[in-house]
Design a protein around this ligand. Structure first.
Ligand code: TPP
Ligand code: SF4
Length: 238
């Protein structure tokens, strides 16, 4: 069994994530990188409102809890005040691509040296699985019980592609999936190195799973994640 990262809190508290949630896989990859690069003491994790905020129970480093959609702006402000820190802005797709999109876009344009991570689970998970910008066409959510109709609600939103089109050329942008954890770890590490070594903006979208709101078991959830990968390609956006 792969041990838990050393930068996890040594706590006996049970996880607040639902069984099978994808957030834990992403946290494990992130935690392994922080351990391997000895970055625990300089890491600050900005957290949105949404299931991402439960990260504060996992990591034994500084976390800053912000208003829904304001994580990028708050993290940029922190980085300006403390440039020696490794600063993350962790959001769901609602926080990153709906209410918080303007903050994400302008951080990318300004090339603010933070690392933004958007976990794409195709819904607003914490509030009950409503339609999000990333909901697939035909996908059933609590607010699209007959499936997303692109004519009525627009087409799914391509975050890294849009951010790449406006971001400073020096920035690093990628999309990975929790079902390919080694590649996910590689991209997260590249994003961290860009912030630390080149002082540039970096951004990784992570395709995840939300078995609770999708009302799927583990096998069905991973099959749906594979479907997401056919629509949202996992790669670095050069
Ligand atoms: C300003 C504001 N608007 C709305 C909400 C209600 N709210 C809480 S979490 C959330 C959405 C979370 O979805 P997402 O950002 O995709 O994160 P996930 O839970 O899927 O990780 C919303 C709309 C809020 N807390 N604050
Ligand atoms: S609601 Fe979905 S994203 Fe939130 S903890 Fe549960 S499985 Fe994870």
């Amino acid at each position: 069994m792969v041990p838990f990262p050393k930068c996890y809190k040594q706590s006996s508290k049970p996880s607040k994530f639902c069984p099978g949630c994808g957030y834990g896989i992403m946290f494990k990859m992130l935690g392994q990188i922080i351990d391997e690069m000895h970055l625990q003491d300089k890491t600050v994790l900005g957290l949105d409102i949404g299931c991402s905020l439960l990260a504060w129970d996992y990591f034994d480093f500084a976390t800053a809890h912000t208003h829904h959609g304001r994580t990028t702006a708050t993290s940029v402000g922190y980085k300006i005040a403390r440039p020696e820190k490794l600063v993350f802005a962790l959001m769901g797709d609602g926080g990153g691509y709906a209410i918080g999109l303007q903050n994400l876009i302008h951080a990318a344009i300004r090339n603010n040296p933070i690392t933004a991570i958007v976990l794409n689970n195709t819904c607003y998970a914490m509030t009950g699985g409503q339609l999000a910008p990333t909901t697939l066409e035909g996908e059933i959510t609590s607010t699209t019980p007959e499936g997303r109709n692109a004519e009525k609600t627009g087409a799914p939103f391509f975050g890294p592609e849009l951010i790449r089109s406006v971001a400073n050329q020096k920035s690093y942008i990628a999309r990975a999936s929790i079902s390919q954890p080694i590649l996910l770890k590689k991209y997260l590490k590249s994003a961290i190195e860009k912030q630390l070594n080149d002082n540039t903006f970096s951004f990784v979208e992570v395709l995840s799973i939300c078995p609770t709101n999708w009302k799927m078991d583990a096998k069905e959830s991973f099959e749906f994640n594979l479907k997401m990968q056919k629509i949202f390609p996992c790669k670095e956006f050069i």
